[in-house]
Design a protein around this ligand. Structure first.
Ligand SMILES: Cc1cc2nc3c(=O)[nH]c(=O)nc-3n(C[C@H](O)[C@H](O)[C@H](O)COP(=O)(O)OP(=O)(O)OC[C@H]3O[C@@H](n4cnc5c(N)ncnc54)[C@H](O)[C@@H]3O)c2cc1C
Length: 352
């Protein structure tokens, strides 16, 4: 039997979209080129917030704040129903100098976000000077979140087809009638493109104004017997994410290198050099990886119906914050599909 919806891409965005559609009562099939949850959503750090929210537009803020209000409940629901703990933790984020304190303070006051000036050494022994603390910033462990989402989707009857690379859209009139995939032809009433950095390439001429391209990010992983600190730490563009079990994720780079997902010695040396400037005694990293962010102009994703094809939708282009944004974007997608009122202004997200 054909599904109501066929979702292309099994990252956080595709899985969250599948979950929201299933919860709304639709039959859902998800086609994934490789194995679910192995691309950007796996590679990301798992900070559930923009790094410095005051650097982004209100369109990004609306989405991230709505999602940030949903994530604790989503994580609790996933834990209760699947048994998988995403390790959603409100660990807080400590910002080290250079501080743009006036800007940060104003933004946080405007958006009712808690922010305190603190002495860095009270949180990071050996680091002097002032710091800013945002106690409500949370994190998840991406592989666990993806595993939980997958399990929940399957529990609700969603069908996940791995090793099904979508290669071509079959179009008749103003509708998509089928997808040609490496695993055969698939059809549904409607289709959702959630193929991350590959979304524009996949859509070809149907992409229209949608402009999503890959921006590589590299990460180093350290391991300690006990976490050396408990908050996420941000210094400039360098972040440290302490996990409960002593792993420490440190990232990241922003590189325009096309679809090349390899790691480089230069990034390794650069990241490690910056780590050792702050923490000279740290050991060597135990792992180094890279992922391709689905970049979009101003970090604003595209959510909604294709301007010409009546049964084709996008949920893609979440760039640096797709894991954070995924629950709100899935909610907005379902509202677009059903013609429900939206909880926030949609203009900037619509497919042009
Ligand atoms: C180093 C790094 C750090 C990051 N840190 C954070 C962070 O701290 N917080 C945060 O919120 N975000 C972070 N991000 C960004 C976040 O990871 C992405 O925005 C998010 O994962 C995008 O999710 P997605 O599902 O759209 O893409 P992906 O996870 O890349 O999933 C897309 C899926 O589509 C599949 N696909 C592609 N083409 C096809 C096809 N033709 N047919 C079928 N399937 C296809 C792919 O195989 C893939 O599984 C980070 C990213 C990186 C790389």
């Amino acid at each position: 039997m054909a599904s109501d919806f066929l979702i292309i891409g099994g990252g956080a965005v595709g899985l969250a979209s599948a979950l929201s559609l299933l919860e709304a009562g639709y039959d859902v099939t998800l086609a994934e080129r490789g194995t679910v949850g192995q691309e950007a959503s796996w590679a990301g750090g798992g900070i559930m917030s923009p790094l410095c929210s005051w650097d982004y537009s209100e369109a990004v803020t609306r989405l991230t704040q709505r999602s940030m209000g949903m994530l604790a409940d989503t994580a609790a629901m996933l834990h209760a129903t699947t048994g998988i703990d995403t390790e959603y933790t409100r660990s807080g984020m400590l910002l080290l100098p250079p501080l743009r304190e006036e800007l940060a303070t104003r933004w946080c006051a405007q958006h009712q976000v808690e922010l305190h000036r603190v002495a860095a050494q009270d949180h990071l022994p050996g680091v002097s000077g002032n710091a800013l603390l945002m106690p409500d910033i949370a994190q998840v462990r991406n592989p666990r979140l993806l595993a939980a989402l997958r399990r929940r989707v399957e529990m609700l009857g969603g069908v996940i087809l791995e090793h099904h690379e979508v290669q071509k859209f079959e179009i008749t009139g103003q509708r998509v009638t089928a997808l040609h995939t490496s695993g055969g032809k698939l059809s549904a009433d409607a289709y959702v493109v959630a193929a991350g950095a590959w979304s524009k390439v996949l859509l070809g001429e149907q992409a229209l104004q949608l402009d999503v391209r890959p921006i590589r990010g590299q990460i180093l992983l350290f391991k300690f017997d006990t976490p050396p600190f408990s908050q996420i730490v941000l210094q400039g563009s360098l972040y440290f994410i302490p996990r409960r079990d002593g792993h420490m994720v440190v990232g990241s780079t922003l590189e325009d290198t096309g679809f090349d997902k390899s790691t480089t010695q230069q990034a390794f040396d650069d990241l490690l050099g910056r780590v050792r400037t702050l923490f000279p005694d740290w050991p060597q990293p135990i792992r180094h990886w890279a992922g391709l962010r689905p970049s979009s102009k101003d970090n604003i994703p595209t959510i909604g119906r294709h301007p010409e094809l009546a049964n084709l939708y996008a949920n893609c282009g979440h760039f640096r914050y797709g894991v954070t944004m995924s629950p709100a974007c899935a909610e907005l997608l379902v509202n677009e599909i059903e013609g429900n009122p939206q909880p926030l202004a949609m203009d900037e997200y619509r497919w042009q």
